[in-house]
Design a protein around this ligand. Sequence first.
Ligand SMILES: *Cc1c(COP(=O)(O)O)cnc(C)c1O
Length: 314
Amino acid sequence: MSSIFLPPTIQPIYSAIAQRSGVDLSVLRLDCMHPWVNGNKWFKLKYNLLEAKQKNCTTLLTFGGAYSNHIFATAAAGNLFGFRTIGMIRGEERLPLNPTLSFAVQQGMQLFYLDREKYRQRKTTALHTELQQRFGEVFIIPEGGGNLNGVRGCMEIVNTAAFDTVCVACGTGTTLAGIILSLQKGQRAIGFPVLKNGAFLAPEIDSWLKNYLASGFPIVNEAMSTTGYAYASWELICDYHMGGYAKVNDELLMFSQQFTQEHGIPLDYVYTAKMFYGVMDLLKQGFFPVGDRLLLIHTGGLQGNLGMEKRLLQ
Ligand SMILES: *Cc1c(COP(=O)(O)O)cnc(C)c1O
């Protein structure tokens, strides 16, 4: 299953700010692993697809907004690995379909729409039972791939990298939880919530860690099993949401353009641009210790820029 993916490259960033701070900066390019199935969303899908296969389930059903990276990745991965896919989309159908949803349909995904009230029930057994009755045997993957299978996949993200501090953008924090569970002694993780008041994620990430370790899922780090999560040195920095989820301002747009020009790395506006902006700002403030080897995770999401740029031009 993994053979069609390129291993993520680690790209050094030569930046005057980092050099002045004595910090070593690299980017882990999860965005380059496959043209469509990439970023953290592939890691969150991987063990869900394997479980579906094991259970002989041939249809995947999942949930997402109209611009969702997860819907995009699930449609493409389903097509690649021979699953039928069903996307339950939040809100009403709007035609013509936006770039995300038309791609999903091209990949063979069937789309259905849930009004906001119904969508709020997306985690309930009641709705799942209803969907099983309507569509037959389907393997249900939660929105964003946010389950323990998702956490498990994210434990493989920083596998091959040497670093002291790893930085990642957070929506639900599932990806950060997986990364935390794979930390080695002396390493730490910093999450950058892209939602307003992101501190609410801390207890949720804590629950992911506890649930994961209690679940009997495989661990990579022996210290985790005996001492709880001994190496889990992590924190959230909540100041770089730029007004909230999928909100952008001129400063972020400028930063993103400049960064791409200087370093040849495209960023998505919803997640990675905010994290990279935050890291660069923190570097200016001397937040990171001299000698720190920083690894920034490029979690992908570039498909979303198409829809975003269209909206910005209107
Ligand atoms: C979904 C997503 C995230 C956030 O992942 P969580 O596990 O929900 O925290 C970060 N970056 C990109 C590009 C994403 O698509």
